[in-house]
Design a protein around this ligand. Structure first.
Ligand SMILES: CC(C)(COP(=O)(O)OP(=O)(O)OC[C@H]1O[C@@H](n2cnc3c(N)ncnc32)[C@H](O)[C@@H]1OP(=O)(O)O)[C@@H](O)C(=O)NCCC(=O)NCCS
Length: 185
């Protein structure tokens, strides 16, 4: 594998690119301030856009590392940012990544996240050369499991009471795709 950092990826409807500091207001407005979006996430909704801005300043600093993968999702049709997809854990020895994602409620149910996840999986296998891409969700948040299914990941199993998010302790449902499966997919 060879880390290549957060390069711009494009799909039919989406542009996946690095965050810029002036994305803070739209990120706050479109998803980061919404408790429904963060219900099954580990961070509380942002109380104000200054918090979003300082988080983005930190993330933007990290783009200098080729091992840092964190995209903002822009919907080309409206030229607006609507969500975020990133590598939340990278193990270079096993050549494996874990992905996390979230998106504003206004855009749920249009198969946008499966499209974004598909592009990230393609990049991580074809360009970075990983062997495994995984993701997990709270068992009470099955719609995230549907995203993983649609992007070609297979169900691995459940780690009972192994996670914690804004709902409290939860069962974590794991999905993954291996390079050899991706090549056949
Ligand atoms: C999970 C999430 C990324 C799904 O993205 P998406 O682009 O809406 O995904 P899809 O359109 O493929 O829909 C996936 C499932 O969500 C459900 N769903 C669809 N529209 C919905 C809506 N308007 N409201 C609630 N759920 C909906 C359906 O079960 C759907 O599965 P189906 O297509 O088999 O019916 C998005 O809901 C989200 O950002 N949620 C908040 C953050 C989060 O939970 N992240 C994942 C943490 S593991």
């Amino acid at each position: 594998m060879e880390n290549k950092g957060t390069r711009t990826l494009e799909t039919e409807r989406l542009l996946l690119r690095q965050f810029q500091i002036n994305d803070a207001e739209d990120m706050f407005k479109n998803w980061a301030s919404d408790p429904e979006v963060t219900a099954f996430l580990t961070w509380p909704p942002h109380a104000d856009a200054n918090l979003t801005r300082s988080l983005l300043a930190d993330w933007i600093n990290r783009y200098s590392s080729p091992a840092y993968y964190n995209w903002v999702i822009e919907l080309k049709e409206i030229n607006e940012i609507i969500g975020n997809i990133s590598v939340v854990m990278l193990n270079e020895r096993t050549e494996a990544a874990e992905i996390g994602y979230c998106m504003g409620k206004a855009w749920w149910g249009k198969a946008i996240m499966p499209e974004a996840l598909g592009a990230v999986i393609k990049y991580l296998f074809e360009e970075v050369g990983l062997n495994r891409v995984a993701a997990c969700h709270d068992s009470n948040n099955p719609k995230s499991g549907r995203v993983m299914d649609k992007a070609g990941m297979k169900l691995e199993g459940v780690l009972r009471a192994a996670g914690i998010n804004n709902q409290g302790i939860c069962d974590k449902v794991w999905h993954s795709i291996l390079k050899e499966e991706y090549e056949k997919y």
